[in-house]
Structure formats: structure tokens, C-alpha cells
Unconditional design. Structure first.
Length: 401
């Protein structure tokens, strides 16, 4: 055998033939089985590691990343700018802290007769919103049904002891009422905690806007719930009254009536008023939009210190004007002492024919025209005295009645 592993064989003719030797290596069965086992083990280990990695990633994202992200930010639909911004939990907490001093708890006592015809009293609970204050009084708006038929109304600021409130005015058809409390009944801490709420225009609200409901839930103190606007115009009938309201998913429970629905700017967009009491219905509650409520509140407040000319008038007719050839106007039959008309020089028997050049045809028209002005305004009156047309300027003064 040479170096090339060729096999040389001599025959009888001394010719040399070359054969290639094929070496067949015997396979080792143990080694083959070991390799298969090793590959199997590695495959199983790889699958286990891959499965653990996927499981860990899923659990980490589900239980850590996603909740942290969801807790740290919410998406706020901005009705004013029509864009979407991220808002942190800290902002929501700050909004609640800032608005809470504007929300009060209301307790009521209502006289009634029990089954045995004995006198009894029922206690009720509700919420209210501080919308105005003066140097002497604080004014609160609530639902009329919260204080309806109440013999006693108490208001608690910052969950402190309630003080007695006074009913300023109401609009039963709109389910709104205005109450007041005097500074004289409050301690210095309550006075320092008072904050007047800011009201926004509810016509700017859009479906999907996030909102917070704040009120005296179940009569147990001021609490908050979170939701969104689900409808900007819904007609409901409650206590035989039809109301056009906003619909929200924020939880509104007994005691929340009269409380505030606020946007994520901390502005009041509604006065919470009702929910559907049905076990088959969830997350449907209603609030009177601020744009509906504010004109009614202003009208109630206008009666607190109404604009008055300080006269009693009647329609002109042939029997009360003597020989004067006058068929229209408002005849003054009495002038209130130290009132607006008295200070300006108007007298009984004068016939008012115009106010700021608007012709006055009757006493009722004069009353309606005066409502267009506020205390402090000055108007020009034309009137007839003893057949002579005169002009006078009258400044509307504050009235005591």
C-alpha cells in the first residue's frame, strides 16, 4: 500500500492493476442515539424558554405596563379645541380638590302625617352648588325636588355641621331652586373654605367628553365619580315635568341631585338631577345643562332685588282721566315714598306714555319694559300731567321689597 492508499497486485504477466479501496466506517449506535437525544432536549429547552419569555412579556405588559399607562393618563376630548390630550390622574385629583369647596351638602326635614295620623318628620338629602356670594350672603343652586315641601333646609360646607338656609326662589317646572345662607351663621373656617363655582357653556359639550360628578352621595358627604357625556340632548319626564338634559355615564346616586357635573377644566357644565332606577339599566344619568340653568337662575335672582319704578299703575280709561283726551298709557295711582319715581318727581295722577322712547299703551306693558333694566340704570320717561307732556329722567334704585 502506498501513500495514496492504492492496492497494488502483481499477476502472472507482471502487469500492475490499481484498485481504489473504499473504506466503510462502522457507525456507532450509542453516538447516534446520544445526538438524537441531545437535539430533542435542546428543542424542548428552546420551546420552554421561548414560551416562558412570551408568557413573561404578556404578563408584564398586562399587569404592569398597561395598567400603569392607564392609571397615569386618560384621554380627554377637548370640546373647545377639538383635539385629544393626555391628562394625568394628578390633574383629575387637582380638579376635584379645587371644585369641592363649591359643592355643599343639603339636608331637609319635611313634616308629614304617619299611618296613625300622628305628626312625623322625614329627612332628605341632596347637593348644591355655590354660584354667587355677596358681603353678607352665599347663594346656592340645587334641584327643586331636593327641597320641595321641606319645612327646614340645612346646608353644610366642607362636610361640617349644617346651618339653616333660606329659599330665595324656585322654578318648579325646570326643577331648579336657589337657596341662601348668611355669613352670620358660619364660622371663620367655613367662610374661608367657600369658593364660587365657575360655569361653562354646556352647548359646547360633545359626546365623549370626560366629566366628573360631585355631590352628597347617599347623604354621607361629598364624593366624586367619573364618566363621560353619552348624549348632549335627551328629553326626559320626571315628576310630571319634561326636561331637556345631558346624559352621562358618571354615577349619580340618591343625594347627588343638585350637585355638579364638571368638565376637565373644573367648570360646571350641568346640575345633576336624575337617573334611571332600573336594575336592567346601568350608567345612565341626567344633568340639566348649565346653558339651560343659568338664565333661570338669573331670573330667580332678579326677583331678589327687582328693578322697580316705585309706583302703582293702572290702565287709562275714560273714568279715570277726567276730561283729558287720552286713551292709552299707564296711570300712576300711587307713588312709593323714597322710591325711584318719588326721587325723580313723578306724582299720582301722572300718565306715563313712553320709557326710553318706547310707547307705553298699558300698565302691563310698562311693567314688562321695566324688567328689561337693572338697578342703577337711568331711563327717560315721558308723561302727561294736567294735559301737558313732560320729560323726566329716573334712576332705578334698590328696593327693600
Amino acid at each position: 500500500m502506498n501513500d495514496n492508499n492504492n492496492l497494488v497486485e502483481n499477476n502472472s504477466n507482471n502487469k500492475t492493476h490499481t484498485f481504489y479501496k473504499e473504506e466503510i466506517k462502522k457507525q456507532n449506535k450509542i453516538s447516534k442515539i446520544f445526538k438524537k437525544f441531545f437535539i430533542y432536549v435542546c428543542s424542548v429547552a428552546f420551546c420552554l424558554i421561548l414560551g416562558l419569555a412570551i408568557s413573561f412579556t404578556y404578563v408584564f405588559c398586562k399587569n404592569i405596563i398597561i395598567p400603569n399607562y392607564a392609571n397615569d393618563s386618560i384621554i380627554q376630548a377637548s370640546a373647545e379645541e377639538n383635539n385629544v390630550i393626555e391628562t394625568s390622574n394628578d390633574l383629575v385629583k387637582t380638579i376635584i380638590e379645587n371644585v369641592k369647596p363649591s359643592i355643599v351638602s343639603i339636608t331637609t326635614l319635611t313634616n308629614d302625617v304617619d299611618w296613625f295620623r300622628g305628626a312625623t318628620q322625614y329627612e332628605g338629602a341632596g347637593s348644591g352648588i355655590i354660584f354667587h356670594k355677596t358681603s353678607t350672603d352665599i347663594f346656592i343652586v340645587t334641584n327643586y325636588h331636593v327641597i320641595e315641601n321641606a319645612s327646614t333646609i340645612g346646608i353644610a360646607i366642607d362636610d361640617n355641621q349644617p346651618v339653616q338656609a333660606k329659599l330665595v326662589g324656585k322654578d318648579a317646572n325646570s326643577d331648579l331652586a336657589v337657596l341662601s345662607i348668611s355669613y352670620d351663621n358660619l364660622d371663620s373656617q367655613d367662610i374661608n373654605n367657600i369658593r364660587v363655582a365657575n360655569f361653562a357653556n354646556s352647548t359646547d359639550v360633545m359626546v365623549g367628553d370626560y366629566v366628573i360628578a360631585i355631590g352628597n352621595t347617599l347623604g354621607e358627604g361629598i364624593t366624586s365619580t367619573f364618566g363621560m357625556i353619552s348624549s348632549t340632548s335627551t328629553d326626559i319626564v320626571t315628576d310630571n315635568k319634561q326636561l331637556n338634559v345631558l346624559q352621562t355615564t358618571a354615577a349619580i346616586n340618591p343625594g347627588n341631585s343638585g350637585g355638579a357635573l364638571i368638565n376637565l377644566k373644573g367648570e360646571v357644565i350641568g346640575i345633576n338631577t336624575a337617573k334611571i332606577a332600573d336594575n336592567n339599566v346601568e350608567n345612565i344619568a341626567y344633568t340639566i345643562g348649565s346653558s339651560v340653568a343659568m338664565p333661570i337662575i338669573e331670573d330667580i335672582m332678579s326677583n331678589l332685588n327687582p328693578t322697580s319704578l316705585g309706583v302703582t299703575v293702572t290702565d287709562v280709561n275714560n273714568s279715570n282721566v277726567g276730561n283729558q283726551d287720552i286713551s292709552v298709557g299707564a296711570l300712576v295711582i300711587e307713588v312709593v315714598q323714597n322710591g325711584s319715581a318719588d326721587k325723580a318727581g313723578l306724582k299720582s295722577g301722572d300718565i306715563i306714555t313712553s320709557i326710553n322712547d318706547v310707547p307705553i299703551l298699558s300698565s302691563s306693558q310698562l311693567v314688562e319694559e321695566i324688567k328689561k333694566y337693572k338697578v342703577g340704570d337711568t331711563v327717560k320717561l315721558k308723561f302727561i300731567r294736567n294735559g301737558e307732556l313732560k320729560n323726566i329722567k329716573v334712576k332705578f334704585l334698590p328696593t327693600t321689597n
